[in-house]
Design a protein around this ligand. Structure first.
Ligand code: R5P
Length: 283
């Protein structure tokens, strides 16, 4: 039985339909003081349950998510799984400064206290190599690269895919394989939340190709903006941006829409740029 956290109804409906599963109902609202009220309305006794919750704005959702998982168990669910098309808190995967929280590990422990298992798409694994390093529960990561590559193959003539940083190789290589194009991976140095510097390989020549920037997360949009500038400086055409998790706000989206020939994303995070469905991948 598939439940949806508020805002995840469309994905939960699609997953339930494709999986031939029931859609569970729950009431969730805020008390006047801001606390979350949760009530499970479906009979979950003996059932294996899933909660669909993309964690794009995790801090606002996490207490309600844990309360719903707890309520499902209280009322008899035998398995409570999280389907998180975007899994948050993986970027702070080491101590960069003294005194910092290793939030990737703490968040993984919290999720694992409340769920029996986890399914996600393209988690941001970099210095942590597998989810099993930080998630003690069974955690499965599906890859959207074949879907992104298929979209590029269908919509872009003579593509060359660009990955902005070393960790993007895992996404860009798979997408390039499916798209039937070449790819370049840049080196990124991050100086702050909105300050990044890129190093380009000497072989970056346009040769009549259409650049497609492939990245797993776009948040401030600064990384993509620097790649687009670097492409323009090297004589490339305006790029297409193909993203897994569109975390960008309206301002960043408006800015990127100006500097890119197109911005598309998977529906792992609901956004105006969504063009590639991952529901079947989750199923
Ligand atoms: C970082 O390693 C990710 O792959 C993205 O490149 C990054 O999160 C993008 O962030 P922003 O859009 O804020 O530059």
């Amino acid at each position: 039985m598939i439940f949806a956290m508020p805002g995840n109804e469309a994905m939960a409906n699609a997953v339930a339909r494709l999986a031939g599963a029931e859609r569970g109902k729950a009431e969730m609202r805020r008390f006047p003081d801001g606390e979350t009220y949760v009530r499970v309305l479906s009979d979950v006794r003996g059932k294996s349950t899933d909660i669909v919750c993309t964690l794009a704005r995790p801090d606002a959702q996490i207490v309600g998510l844990f309360l719903l998982a707890g309520a499902l168990r209280e009322w008899g669910a035998v398995h409570v799984r999280l389907i998180a098309p975007y899994l948050a808190y993986l970027r702070q995967d080491q101590h960069f400064q003294p005194g910092e929280s290793l939030s990737a590990a703490h968040f993984a422990r919290l999720i694992s206290m409340h769920f029996d298992s986890l399914v996600t798409v393209d988690p941001h694994l970099h210095r942590i190599k597998t989810l099993a390093e930080v998630y003690p529960i069974p955690a499965r990561a599906a890859q959207s690269a074949p879907l992104i590559g298929a979209w590029i193959r269908a919509h872009v003539q003579r593509p060359i895919l660009i990955g902005p940083d070393s960790e993007s190789r895992q996404w860009v290589a798979g997408a390039a394989h499916a798209a039937g194009g070449e790819y370049l991976v840049l080196e990124k140095t991050r100086h702050g939340d909105r300050a990044v510097e890129l190093a380009w390989p000497a072989t970056s020549q346009p040769l009549g190709r259409t650049p497609v920037i492939v990245d797993d997360i776009v948040s401030s949009g600064e990384t993509l903006a620097r790649v687009a500038e670097g492409l323009a400086a090297r004589g490339f055409a305006k790029p297409v941006a193909a993203l897994v998790h569109a975390l960008l706000d309206d301002d960043a989206y408006a800015k990127l829409s100006q500097i890119c020939a197109g911005v598309v994303s998977t529906d792992a995070v609901a956004h105006a740029s969504n063009a590639i469905s991952i529901a079947e991948l989750l199923v």
